[in-house]
Ligand binder design. Structure first.
Ligand SMILES: *[C@@H]1O[C@H](CO)[C@@H](O)[C@H](O)[C@H]1NC(C)=O
Ligand SMILES: *[C@@H]1O[C@H](CO)[C@@H](O)[C@H](O)[C@H]1NC(C)=O
Ligand SMILES: *[C@@H]1O[C@H](CO)[C@@H](O)[C@H](O)[C@H]1NC(C)=O
Length: 382
């Protein structure tokens, strides 16, 4: 894309370019593997943090493979401070709630390296808790209680006891919770057709904003994109809508998300838009082992795994990576408070008609914070 040629401001917009590129590529790869045919929601930043915590204790090829997947081209000494600063500033938002907590549960006879304890505490604010995995249902109960609390009861049975057995030595968890109101409330909802596939039309509750909004907008030959801001623009939901009704797969296969991200960060394209967006709710559950193996993380899961940075005495490997996600989008976000939206009106004279942006066929969406960390990303097929 050419939007960023010339006065490109994305460096000054706090975009850590390499880390952001790396997240963008990873996100797109995850979505291509998991979300190209059906509605999906995942949290790239949560997966990144979970992997970075494993990386902190990985050595040799095990470390190299994780690093090439999540932080290619990034200086070694920048990786953990990057996530540390994400965790720090995520607490400082005033108008959106973004909560990310980490915890490690470990079998009481696993000897963890002091250095791993210290660095996990330093960078990831991580708490460690001893647990007895030989009592799977007690262990699962404990973990589920923590996850439920960290995600406002969104996940009540995160961990099934059957996922735990006498071979389990450690479970590392990152939970993320996000709640935000739209900057501009949607006023009306009505039933409408959503063109899920050439053979299927789904009924959706379409939300509309009867005021023309001045939004981040731009288009390419293949798709249009708008940015719907949350309160005070502390985060934004980007909707990428193919111009061809059933063109999402083609768009996703051809998309260079890191280029797109640079254009978005430059924030140079604003247009008067009339938006119609369906309400939706998606729950996804993944076992990411196969996906991560496909993306190049192999040794971590097999007998060659070297996590001697976590434990020198015992040989451990990753056995499972569970990722569960949930998203609900409605006209408010959540609370029906008064909205002080920044609405730009035309004052007088002749003006061009607003662009109409009707989201009535499969699309891609991304929720990014101000520094372009990809909090959530997904696809919706109705
Ligand atoms: C794991 O990596 C450490 C640090 O490089 C090395 O000393 C150790 O021999 C490796 N262990 C195995 C089993 O390869
Ligand atoms: C994050 O906050 C912790 C605790 O306040 C601090 O020790 C750490 O240096 C901060 N990390 C960064 C990268 O600012
Ligand atoms: C534990 O691991 C061993 C060695 O890989 C395997 O033979 C055994 O079946 C595993 N036990 C369980 C409960 O999965």
């Amino acid at each position: 894309m050419s939007q960023c040629i010339g006065q490109c401001q994305w460096e000054s917009n706090n975009l850590n370019s390499t880390m952001a590129n790396s997240q963008a590529d990873f996100t797109m790869n995850l979505l291509r593997i998991n979300g190209i045919n059906s509605s999906t929601i995942l949290s790239p930043i949560s997966i990144f943090i979970a992997l970075a915590m494993a990386y902190l204790g990985a050595k040799e090829n095990t470390a190299a493979e994780i690093r090439n997947t999540i932080a290619k081209g990034i200086f070694e000494e920048e990786i953990h401070p990057y996530f540390s600063s994400f965790l720090n500033y995520s607490k400082s938002y005033e108008n959106i709630r973004l909560k990310s907590v980490n915890r490690i549960y470990f079998q009481n006879n696993l000897k963890i390296q002091q250095r791993y304890f210290d660095e996990m505490k330093k960078y990831y604010n991580n708490e460690f808790e001893q647990i007895d995995f030989r009592q799977p249902s007690d262990a699962a109960k404990k973990i589920n209680k923590f996850v439920a609390k960290s995600t406002n009861d969104r996940f009540l049975n995160f961990m099934s006891p059957s996922a735990i057995n006498s071979n389990t030595s450690m479970i590392s968890i990152n939970a993320i919770y996000f709640k935000a109101d739209w900057e501009n409330i949607f006023w009306a909802t009505f039933e409408a057709d959503f063109y899920s596939s050439p053979k299927k039309i789904t009924k959706v509750q379409m939300m509309s904003q009867d005021t023309r909004l001045y939004l981040e907008y731009f288009e390419t030959d293949e798709y249009e994109i708008i940015g719907l801001p949350y309160k005070e623009r502390e985060a934004t939901m980007y909707i990428i809508l193919p111009k061809e009704r059933f063109g999402l797969q083609k768009v996703m296969n051809g998309m260079d998300l890191s280029e797109l991200q640079k254009s978005l960060a430059a924030q140079q394209h604003w247009t008067n838009v009339n938006v119609k967006l369906p309400q939706f709710q998606i729950k996804s559950s993944f076992n990411l082992v196969k996906t991560l193996q496909t993306l190049g993380i192999k040794d971590a899961f097999n007998e060659n795994a070297n996590f001697s940075g976590i434990s020198k005495e015992e040989k451990i490997k990753l056995s499972n990576i569970v990722h569960k996600t949930f998203i609900k989008i409605d006209e408010n976000g959540c609370e029906a408070a008064a909205f002080t939206g920044v609405l730009f009106h035309w004052t007088s004279g002749i003006h061009p008609p607003p662009k109409s942006f009707t989201v009535d066929h499969p699309f891609l969406f991304i929720i990014a914070d101000k520094k372009f960390n990809f909090l959530f990303a997904g696809t919706f097929f109705g």
